[in-house]
Design a protein around this ligand. Structure first.
Ligand code: SPV
Ligand code: MN
Length: 624
């Protein structure tokens, strides 16, 4: 470490904080911290080790700085992000790449020197008058093959507090590392604040330096842009995993209970707002994680862990009837940070869909709110933001799985891909094999935007493995990594697709919210071939008699043959259109598509055409 850096640490840190850093014996860490103290020039620096005392300090700070306010129930707080800072800023999230680097042009990027000059210009003195928090965390369980130690620098006590709820403590991991440089680094500043929210939104930037495992995030507060260990680390981890032969996926991880005490673990990739969290939290099953998983092949089996230990979940629509588990969590005392919901006159949280009786007034992301309040353009401001969220630790969830912190992870029995699809795929389907599943389900994943609110039909967005927003390697390479992942796996997990959003010709949903309980149980049984399936051109679908039985057992409902036919009819024209869309993207927009992708899609097309010639456009499953 150079002398200048040593001086900075000595000058700027209190003695105890200095000792906490020094005890880690890590010159890379010391240089990193002193570099950003120098650049950001905070008025004070607080270092958090894994001690309860220091963690409590952060929790209190979040309230003392005004970033969070206490709500009525014990442990509940509310945080607001700025009105224009309520979601991930895709346009200003960029990779730093060398001028001569051949980086996938589909991924947003900026020339390295130019990007660094810009971001460092913005960060110069940015923490003036603010306290800097230095936090240590661990992605994945501690002391495990999956663990990635991380250091987060931030001037937001709200972000530090959120990460305490969402991630495992990492100070001991840094001790174990023995001075290595093999850790992720995040620097965040909310920048200048006005009424408690980031003021300089025009200078909001998230820049990712893969080469140095470092991400910068400035002039923003929204978690998706600022929680280093969430979607920022995900980009670094996709690249790291690609180099080292493992996968980082936008997947939940859950245990589905089978017959005779058996439990089978599933991972599931769904784009944002397509039912990923609610599936992972289904009553009667076990949640390990709701958002991000690492997958590794260990001793011939795929094993997975939840990268996180908490949930940063969408709150809109959560109600007592449809989400009993979450409802209980959100209505019990305990540490929960609500963001961008409405605070009622009784100092209670209210969000869209919580109940039918909407409060007359309160405070929300737009300030003082009342029914009918309009924004500058005359549009009515909703009671809470549609991306309003809650942050809670999984410890507070009653059906959390016993293996959440298992350093060995859990064996993956099945993989699910889901999207919002009103007219093409059946509610649940198994692929023929790994390659067919990765290509026709994962790599072909699409999801409809909820543009329906603008009076338009949903626009389908291509989103391979629901991971498109976070890819840091070329799309074709990413697909190939997935295909090759099981080369040493004897019995690869089955791959399924689900679709909760299928509609009939009148635009009504063909399924009930709870039907997913049946699909999960059917998939669990299929993992052991304990129920039969019907072969279609696109995969294997359930038999009516098996579903009828499961609906009765699980939901006490009579599943009619008519419903089955409507839900599981093979819609050949729509399937063929989808194949054309996907082929077009891989042919014209992706430069490194593996050839096998075209072969597998072409074979599917031929099977569909053959069926159409024999049986027509729409084929009832009873005809097969
Ligand atoms: C998602 O949008 O997929 C999320 C929330 O999980 S964010 O942190 O914004 O990515
Ligand atoms: Mn997500």
């Amino acid at each position: 470490m150079n002398e200048n850096n040593e001086q900075i640490l000595k000058q700027k840190l209190r003695k105890e904080d200095y000792t906490i850093i020094k005890n880690l014996n890590n010159v890379h860490l010391e240089n990193f911290i002193s570099d950003y103290i120098k650049l950001c020039n905070p008025s004070d620096v607080f270092v958090c080790d894994d001690s309860d005392e220091r963690i409590s300090f952060i929790r209190d700070e979040a309230v003392n700085t005004g970033e969070e306010k206490k709500l009525k129930m014990d442990g509940h707080t509310i945080h607001f992000d700025g009105i224009d800072d309520q979601a991930r800023d895709k346009a200003n999230t960029k990779y730093l790449v060398e001028a001569d680097e051949n980086f996938d042009k589909n991924l947003n990027q900026i020339e390295r020197n130019q990007g660094i000059e810009e971001i460092k210009g913005i960060m110069n003195n940015i923490m003036n008058g603010h306290r800097m928090y230095i936090m240590f965390f661990c992605l994945g369980p501690q002391n495990s093959k999956f663990s990635i130690p991380c250091v987060q620098i931030t001037d937001s006590a709200y972000i530090a507090h959120s990460e305490i709820l969402l991630y495992r403590q990492g100070y001991k991991e840094f001790k174990r590392m023995n001075g290595s440089n093999n850790f992720f680094k995040f620097v965040h500043s909310e920048g200048e604040l006005e009424n408690g929210v980031s003021k300089n939104i025009d200078k909001r930037r998230v820049y990712i330096d893969i080469k140095n495992n470092l991400v910068y995030s400035v002039n923003t507060q929204y978690g998706g842009n600022t929680l280093g260990l969430k979607k920022l680390a995900m980009r670094l981890a996709i690249n790291k995993g690609s180099n080292e032969g493992w996968l980082t996926e936008h997947m939940f991880l859950m245990g589905v209970n089978g017959p005779n005490g058996r439990k089978t673990y599933f991972t599931g990739a769904f784009p944002s707002a397509c039912g990923k969290t609610s599936t992972s939290m289904i009553p009667g099953e076990r949640i390990v994680g709701d958002d991000i998983s690492y997958l590794r092949v260990i001793d011939g089996k795929i094993r997975a862990v939840n990268v996180e230990k908490g949930i940063f979940g969408i709150i809109a629509g959560i109600n007592q009837k449809d989400d009993p588990v979450l409802w209980q969590v959100l209505n019990s005392p305990g540490e929960i940070i609500f963001s961008n919901i409405l605070v009622t006159e009784n100092n209670e949280p209210f969000w869209e869909g919580k109940s039918d009786t909407i409060p007359e007034k309160g405070v929300n992301f737009s300030g003082e709110w009342f029914k009918g309040k309009k924004d500058a353009s005359g549009k009515e401001i909703p009671v809470s933001h549609k991306n309003a969220r809650f942050t809670a630790s999984l410890d507070s969830v009653p059906n959390v799985d016993e293996n959440l912190h298992n350093p060995a992870g859990v064996v993956v029995g099945g993989i699910i891909y889901g999207g919002r699809d009103s007219d093409t795929s059946v509610p649940v389907e198994e692929s023929f094999d790994w390659v067919h599943g990765i290509i026709t389900k994962g790599a072909s994943l699409e999801s409809e935007t909820t543009a329906a609110t603008l009076g338009k039909i949903g626009i389908r967005k291509f989103n391979p493995m629901s991971n498109l927003d976070f890819l840091s390697i070329p799309i074709g390479k990413y697909i190939k990594n997935n295909l090759d992942f099981v080369k040493d796996v004897e019995n690869p997990p089955k791959i399924f697709s689900v679709n909760y959003f299928l509609k009939d010709n009148n635009g009504d949903y063909l399924n009930d919210k709870w039907d997913k309980r049946v699909w999960l149980k059917w998939m669990e049984l299929r993992c052991y071939n304990e129920v039969d399936a019907i072969k279609t051109p696109t995969g294997l679908i359930p038999k009516y008699s098996d579903l009828k039985k499961l609906f009765k057992e699980l939901l006490s409902s009579e599943y009619s043959e008519e419903s089955y036919i409507k839900q599981f009819t093979i819609r050949i024209p729509e399937q063929l259109n989808k194949l054309d869309r996907i082929m077009d993207i891989y042919k014209n927009k992706v430069s490194d598509t593996p050839d096998i992708l075209f072969n597998v899609l072409e074979e599917q097309k031929q099977r569909l055409e053959k069926f159409r010639n024999e049986l027509g456009d729409y084929i009832s499953p009873l005809q097969l």
